[in-house]
Design a protein around this ligand. Structure first.
Ligand SMILES: Nc1ncnc2c1ncn2[C@@H]1O[C@H](COP(=O)(O)OP(=O)(O)OP(=O)(O)O)[C@@H](O)[C@H]1O
Ligand SMILES: [Mg+2]
Length: 258
């Protein structure tokens, strides 16, 4: 039996003026798998993530998450439903410690209100404790537990990437969207990072990633979706996609004889 898709993307379209950044794209993200979205610069990959995570609204098309229509759902609500993301450019609070970055990132899941915070109610204290514990667990998960008190900016590029993963992971999402998770990571450190992405998937969190580094994608992904000029030109297993003449043409700019 085939598992139902965790995310169903149907005819997704985003228009910016005269440009169709994402043009009638449909694909599924299967649960508990790693799906890569690839394509040349400007193909519409980050825009796709922005649409799924609710950072931007689609011009048309639909999104269904765990069977529910989430089209047009804003980012804070998508996060509560279990969709977390990391950004292409690392987005950390530069003047906060490592652990405070994780806590701030997970506060959206807290149950206390502003009133609770002002009056420091028991609910607020419980939430703070739970946030701190959750943040410590997430830091341990990515191997940063010994760096909790350092300032985020003191971390190496690679550790900052791991911190971004911890922030997204701390809310225990069902789906993590990772936009170029190894950008700025050295070749030597990339293997470790790939293992961490595998570990996230093995923990029961479905992973979708955008990545240019093909050896990483081919080694990690169970399924690949290829975008080019906003359109989906192929999808399937890594073997299937890498043999597709349209994909080869998009990447190499040469036509192949099928
Ligand atoms: N907010 C925006 N306003 C106008 N145009 C946009 C906006 N966001 C993206 N675009 C355009 O949409 C197209 C797709 O951009 P997108 O960032 O999704 O590409 P990408 O596949 O992530 O590329 P890269 O690999 O370089 O990150 C590009 O032509 C980009 O300039
Ligand atoms: Mg991008």
């Amino acid at each position: 039996m085939i598992d139902a898709a965790l995310l169903e993307v149907r005819n997704l379209t985003k228009r910016y003026g005269g440009l169709l950044a994402v043009d009638d794209v449909s694909f599924d993200i299967a649960p508990n798998k790693i799906t890569a979205i690839i394509g040349p610069n400007g193909a519409g990959k980050s825009t796709c993530f922005n649409l799924i995570s609710g950072h931007t609204r689609p011009t048309s098309g639909t999104l269904a998450f765990a069977g529910d229509d989430i089209t047009g759902t804003p980012d804070y609500r998508a996060a509560r439903l279990g969709i977390a993301r990391t950004f292409q450019a690392t987005a950390l609070f530069r003047n906060l410690s490592v652990i405070d970055n994780v806590i701030v990132g997970t506060r959206q899941h807290a149950r206390s209100t502003v009133v609770d915070a002002i009056f420091r109610t028991p609910q607020h204290r419980r939430d703070l404790r739970a946030c701190r514990e959750g943040a410590r667990e997430a830091l341990a998960f990515v191997g940063l537990e010994h760096h909790a008190a350092r300032m985020a900016t003191e971390l190496s590029q690679e550790a900052q990437r791991r911190l971004s993963l911890a922030i997204a992971y701390a809310g225990r999402p069902k789906l993590m969207l990772l936009d170029e998770p190894v950008a700025g990571v050295s070749h030597e450190e990339m293997g470790e990072h790939a293992l961490l992405i595998r570990k996230i998937a093995a923990s029961g969190c479905t992973v979708a990633l955008v990545e240019h580094k093909m050896h990483l994608v081919m080694g990690l992904a169970d399924a690949i979706v290829v975008l080019h000029h906003g359109k989906k030109i192929a999808d399937g297993t890594p073997a299937h996609v890498s043999a597709d003449p349209l994909v080869i043409e998009a990447y190499l700019g040469v036509k192949t004889v099928a």
